[in-house]
Design a protein around this ligand. Structure first.
Ligand code: AMP
Ligand code: MG
Length: 327
């Protein structure tokens, strides 16, 4: 039995037990993670997985990320790789690793590929539900395919509505952009498929050389990670980017400007919004999707958005904005 509209579950133990029980029974439940909200389902239950694709309108060729509690559980779904020991300091955390799959993983999770994407999330509510459910959970972002990812429980309700009857409300997500995806499925080769909260610099410190799949290599990359599609994470409103530290050129009167931090001079012919009071890229990333969603509902003709310095999470912030701006 499911409610006719979205029901919010809380962090209370009885609610988390309810969420875990629903998942065990094959229902989908939206859960907070430290990156964005995920639409979780039992990763061992093909019927539950099929619902995830149906609710999101996600193409079946777009594989799902499997979430487990710890490295020991990871070995149940993927072939272990010696390099995982080097990544231990980053887990639990916003890092997804693509490895050779084990045959127990349903084809729906991997889109029929011989690899599986795995992550050990850090969010305490997600971890508690994982522990209570006692099985791996597949959880893509809890939004319609291609739209801006949700970073608050209300975003899930607003864009999935009654298609997603159960939402655990864990407040705003700490990072606000999706996990870093690192492909280790080929021995001796490491490739960054999607930039995220764990920066490339950090991964190189731990692993050494890492190839970066650029948007220029997008056509090929999109087959490996549709999260890499040129147009993705997109509001309906046109998004136009401008370089960090500059002012945008405003061509029409119904424009919004998203600045990364305070500016001595702001355009007079547009509404101005700040992603961070003090220009912190971390804070800007945390607020980006929420503000894009708010502005998308306000009928602007154009959203002008400031790019970030590319270090740290700035690479992921710029990546998401660039794809939000792609037409
Ligand atoms: P989402 O959870 O919606 O942010 O999307 C997850 C991303 O992980 C998508 O871009 C998937 O294509 C990517 N992904 C999941 N499994 C694999 C895999 N086996 N190989 C490459 N990328 C994957
Ligand atoms: Mg997504």
């Amino acid at each position: 039995m499911s409610p006719s509209a979205s029901s919010f579950l809380t962090s209370a133990p009885a609610d988390l037990a309810r969420a875990a029980e629903l998942l065990r029974q094959g229902a989908c439940v939206a859960l907070p993670t430290e990156t964005v909200y995920g639409l979780a389902a039992d990763a061992t239950n093909p019927a539950a997985l099929a619902q995830v694709f149906a609710i999101k309108g996600r193409p079946l060729l777009d594989p799902l990320i499997v979430h487990v509690l710890e490295q020991a559980a990871l070995a149940e779904v993927a072939e272990p790789d010696p390099r995982l020991a080097l990544l231990a300091p980053l887990w639990p955390g916003p890092l997804t690793v693509v490895l050779r799959r084990k045959s127990v993983v349903p084809d729906l999770v991997t889109a029929g590929k011989d690899t599986v994407a795995v992550r050990i999330p850090a969010h305490p509510l997600f971890r508690e539900v994982l522990r209570l459910a006692g099985r791996p959970l597949a959880a893509p972002s809890a939004n319609p395919f291609g739209y801006v990812s949700p970073t608050k429980a209300a975003h899930v309700r607003d864009s999935l509505g009654e298609r997603c009857p159960w939402i655990v409300d864990g407040g705003a997500c700490a990072h606000g952009v999706e996990s870093t995806i690192l492909d280790l499925s080929v021995p001796g080769r490491a490739r960054l498929l999607r930039p995220g909260p764990i920066p490339l610099e950090k991964l190189r410190e731990l692993l050494g050389e890492i190839e970066v799949v650029t948007r220029a290599a997008n056509q090929q990359a999109a087959q490996d990670a549709p999260g890499m599609l040129e147009r993705h994470y997109s509001p309906a409103t046109r998004v136009v980017l401008f370089p960090n530290g500059t002012l945008p050129v405003i061509a029409n009167l119904r424009s919004a400007v998203l600045f990364l931090g305070r500016r001595a001079h702001a355009p007079a012919n547009a509404d101005v919004f700040l992603l961070s009071e003090d220009g912190s890229t971390e804070e800007a990333a945390r607020n980006l999707f929420d503000l894009l969603r708010q502005l998308d509902a306000r009928g602007y003709e154009t959203i002008h958005a400031e790019l970030a310095p590319p270090a740290g999470i700035g690479a992921a912030y710029n990546d998401r904005l660039t794809r939000a701006a792609a037409r």
